[in-house]
Structures are given as structure tokens and as C-alpha cells.
Write a protein that binds this ligand. Sequence first.
Ligand code: SF4
Ligand code: SF4
Length: 308
Amino acid sequence: MANPNGIRLKLLRALRRVRHRYDARRTLGMTVSLGILIAVPISGLARVDLWAGRHALLFQTVPFKHGLAGVIIGIGAMYVATFLVNLFGGRLFCGWGCPVGQVSRFGEAVDTLGLRRSQRLMAAGRGALFSGALVLSVMAWWVDLRVLWQGSGTPLMIAWGVFFVSVALTYAHGRWWRWEFCKSVCPIGLYYSFVSPARYFGIHFRNQENTCIECDACDNVCPVDLAPRDLMAPSGPRPGLSIADAPGRNHCLECGDCVRACEFMIERRGNAPVPLLLGFFSGPQRIEASNSPETGNSSEASGSTEAS
Ligand code: SF4
Ligand code: SF4
């Protein structure tokens, strides 16, 4: 399934002109996950402090091994929480709560076509800020962040060095690697693909009303090159860390980009209902293409043409 970066960016350009309910939901999801990630160590619920030895557990200063146990339990608890979310809806956390995915979103926002220079700078600034927050949230588990303003000499240099290098790498990830990481490298994503395919909640194609216009916008906007109308079918060989020939739903991030693109294309045609949904599964997952309407020729119905 081809998904040239340019076509996704072209579609994103069209989509960003219309406010969508998913914007606020994703912001909420990211705020909650990043907030938890940073609140646990900063509050002293669990932290190891490699700088001044102020290890913490349950808001008390404790010996190193207790702080380390708290960190391990904290990471384990977050794993269980995301596992339960994903058990319910496949890689739902990947699409709505994973800060690494959000870094990719900020990175591609800079390249979205049609932005003025000032808008590109703003987008880059937002990406850098988010990268900084993500790096701080990870550092806070291993060092008391006061080292950044109270530390002196070597610890101060190391702390700021680690911070700036990590932010640069995180930002670069969002700008140049992006979804390739989620698609074929992320070991956690691979694990979730394997153990918790979407069983109850996810993307499904409902075309009983024959409203699909075969525009392929859903295919072209998918950041991980899936076929959203046919996620129950084997996805075929995929690069890197992935399960060969697993159904597409195993790999789906549940990000909703395809639904958003579909709503955009369908609504501007005045059609209803929207055939692609993100929600609870019920009934068959695919209405065969032969049931689809013969609306428009292929160039008319092309997602890239429509969205430009
Ligand atoms: S929700 Fe849609 S766009 Fe997002 S990964 Fe799944 S199929 Fe692709
Ligand atoms: S109408 Fe929706 S489901 Fe049909 S091809 Fe276009 S985006 Fe995909």
C-alpha cells in the first residue's frame, strides 16, 4: 500500500482547515499520559536520583533500592494500564496517548503544505517544546530535576548536555523518522500488535448505504500504510519489527486519521452516513467493494486531488 508522504501532508493541509473533535481528544490523551509520566517522579511518588541521592518512594526520601523498586513498579503499573487500554481497543494508546507518536505529529506539522514561514516556525517551536517536555518527563525518573538549576560543575553540565542532546534527537525523530518508527521499529508497538489486536473497539467500514466514494483518502492518510477499509485482511509483508501477514487491525494505531479524512471527503460531497468509523465493533467488518457506488471516475475521486 503506497502512502507517499506528500499525499498525507496534502490531506493534512486540507484537514487542518476544519476543527475536528479529535483535536481536543488527542490533546486530552497526550496531556494525561505526559502529565502522569512527569507527575509521578516530580511528586516523589517514585524516583531514583542519580545526582544527589534524593531517591523517593511514596513521597518519602528512601534508600536507592527502594527508589528503584518504586520506579520499576511505576513503570509496571503504566504498562498494565496501557495494556488494558490496548486489550480493549488494539493499539489505542499508540494513537491517543503515546508521546512519541505525538512528536511525529508535531514534526510533520512543520512540513504540512501551504504554511507561511511564520506558521512553520510556530509549528517547529511547538514540536521543540513538546520534545523538551517529553525529555524532562523521562529524566525526572532518574534524577531530581533541581540539578538543572541547583547543580554545579560536572553534574550541571551533564544534566544540561543530556537534556539538549535528547531534545535534539527527539525533535529530529519527529521531523525525519516519524511513523516509520511506529510502523517497523517500536518494540512496544510490536508487542501490542501481537498480544492485543483490536477486539472490541477500532476502525471499521460500514458501507450499507453505499456512501463510500472510493476516493482512497483513508488509504493515503494512514501514517502506517494500512488499508483502513479492510483491516481484517492480512496486511502483507511489512518491514522491520512486525508480524508478517497479521491482520491490518493488529498494526492499526487507532489514530482516527482515516476517519477524519473520510468525514472530510464525504461531507463535502453531501453524502451520509460516513462509512468509516472509529468505535465499537459490531457486525461484519467489510462490505465488499462490489457493493460500493459507482460515483465519479478515479481522478475525480482521488483523495489527493480532492484535498488539494
Ligand atoms: S486509525 Fe486509520 S489512519 Fe490510523 S493507523 Fe489505523 S488505519 Fe491507519
Ligand atoms: S469515502 Fe471514506 S472509506 Fe471510502 S475511500 Fe474515501 S475515505 Fe475511504
